[in-house]
Design a binder for this molecule. Structure first.
Ligand SMILES: Cc1ncc(COP(=O)(O)O)c(C=O)c1O
Length: 461
């Protein structure tokens, strides 16, 4: 067969199972200065891993503060990951042609995992370490339902019970996600719920509250903190969660090499930051080391919940009620409740501290895009590449398309790589609303944000 002809048409860059990562990449090892410490509001002192033992297993707490560049992935975790990993890297040739762009567009597709997104990459690791330390039950929150399904599946594999607090607006919009979680054996309740003090407080103020990730986190944390047999599991934001996701970028680097290409722009949507970090941190390593100084790394967020682009880089609570320790991050204020966007996984008031630090230092950049533009991009993508993306992932597609159009204007054949973090098969009601012209944009809620920012905790730093 004519090799050059096949190479110019090649669309999928697959890796076989022998390429399954054996280690996670920990970007903390490559930061010029360490992350600001996690603080305890009451004492005003940095939190030590031991202080969080009621919530997380010690191994994960040690990963949270580890400065080792590489951390071994246990065989028990790799055995599950190999069910769907390595995931494919696609060259979006049909989209490129539709855009008439000289850009090379690649996407790493995480929607082929059994739960439909990147989230199982960390769910499996977290369930594994909890089981190892004798935990019987995990609680968590879920926005779009993607994280809840991932943890429900992972808990089933390691024989753990699982309770999921699902943000009410998603619970109502996405009954099939709930059924998936229940199929894997999890208990699912809409949040705010009457099961916790945090939920009851919110319901007393607003019985019709659509809920938010921050409220659901408060509920899941409260339950774990008050039960000996139960720990808490978070699907994003924390350092160890971002690290577990780096299998995405480590694979993508190998795949781009096989495509004989090099990324000029790497991007992903960012809710709490985990899929964005998972793809981009292994590339950011080269930027931090001075090997790829011109590489652009872009986090994409919704205009309705723009923590990186409009938030303040200060200490805030990770949840709404104020049960968590304080972390330094770009935040809209922990009491801010975002509009009921269909990209439920991007409705979070803060952002991963690692992503925030890199943003503050200019290693990465951030842009915010409105809801309708993301659905226009999703439709164009579905009609050219076939895959119907999750509304969250559509944020990354929007900016990938915008960058490719810029390449057309400038006649610049840049290589753009984005994370297609999940499929949208359970988000079809959102597509239906969009196609019927019933979806709306939500402006930047300046007044609500400035009100929420008045309630920031007072901490030096
Ligand atoms: C498909 C998908 N992409 C992205 C996100 C946002 O989370 P993160 O920023 O942690 O990747 C979610 C969250 O639920 C999701 O389901």
């Amino acid at each position: 067969m004519d090799q050059s002809a096949t190479d110019t048409q090649r669309t999928k860059f697959d890796l076989d199972e022998t390429n399954l990562s054996t280690q996670w990449y920990n970007i903390q090892a490559d930061l010029q200065t360490s992350l600001p410490p996690v603080m305890h509001l009451g004492t005003g002192q940095p939190i030590r891993p031991q202080n969080l033992a009621p919530l997380f297993p010690m191994e994960l707490l040690m990963q949270e503060v580890s400065q080792e560049r590489w951390i071994d992935i246990p065989d028990g975790v790799r055995d599950v990951l190999r069910l769907w990993r390595p995931t494919p890297l696609f060259r979006a040739r049909r989209l490129e042609r539709a855009l008439d762009t000289p850009a090379h567009i690649y996407y790493k597709y995480e929607g082929g995992s059994p739960a439909g997104s990147h989230k199982p990459n960390t769910a499996v690791a977290q369930a594994y370490y909890n089981k190892l330390e004798g935990v019987a039950r995990l609680t968590t929150e879920t926005g779009a339902g993607q994280w809840g399904s991932a943890l429900a599946m992972a808990c089933r594999f390691f024989d753990l019970q699982c309770k999921v607090y699902m943000v009410r607006v998603s619970y109502e919009q996405k009954p099939y996600r709930r059924i998936m979680m229940e199929t894997w054996g999890a208990q699912v309740v809409p949040s705010p719920s009457p099961d916790t003090q945090a939920g009851r407080t919110v319901l007393a103020q607003d019985p019709d509250s659509p809920g938010s990730l921050g409220i659901a986190i408060s509920e899941a944390v409260e339950e774990a903190a008050t039960r000996d047999d139960t720990r808490y599991s978070l699907g994003s934001v924390l350092n160890h969660v971002l690290m577990h996701q780096t299998v995405i970028g480590l694979e993508a680097k190998k795949q781009l090499e096989r495509a004989d290409d090099e990324a000029d722009v790497v991007l992903g949507c960012a809710g709490g930051g985990s899929n964005f970090a998972g793809l981009s941190f292994p590339f950011a390593a080269d930027k931090l080391a001075g090997i790829k100084p011109r590489l652009r790394i872009i986090a994409v967020e919704p205009t309705a919940c723009p923590s990186l682009t409009k938030g303040q880089y200060v200490y805030d609570f990770g949840d709404t009620v104020g049960l968590t320790p304080l972390v330094k991050m770009y935040t809209l204020g922990h009491t801010f409740v975002p509009a009921p966007l269909h990209a439920g996984g991007l409705r979070y008031h803060g952002m991963a501290p690692l992503v925030c630090k890199l943003c503050d230092e200019g290693v990465i950049e951030a842009v915010a895009v409105p809801q309708l533009a993301t659905f226009q991009a999703a439709i164009q993508f579905a009609r050219t590449e076939g895959i119907i993306p999750a509304p969250e992932s559509a944020h990354a597609i929007r900016v990938a398309i915008d960058e490719a159009l810029r390449c057309r204007e400038e006649g610049a054949p840049r290589t753009i790589l984005f994370n297609l973090s999940g499929h949208g098969h359970f988000d079809l009601s959102a597509y239906e609303a969009f196609l019927a012209g019933k979806l709306q944009d939500y402006d930047y809620p300046a007044e609500m944000v400035s009100e929420a920012l008045k309630h920031l905790p007072q901490v030096d730093g």
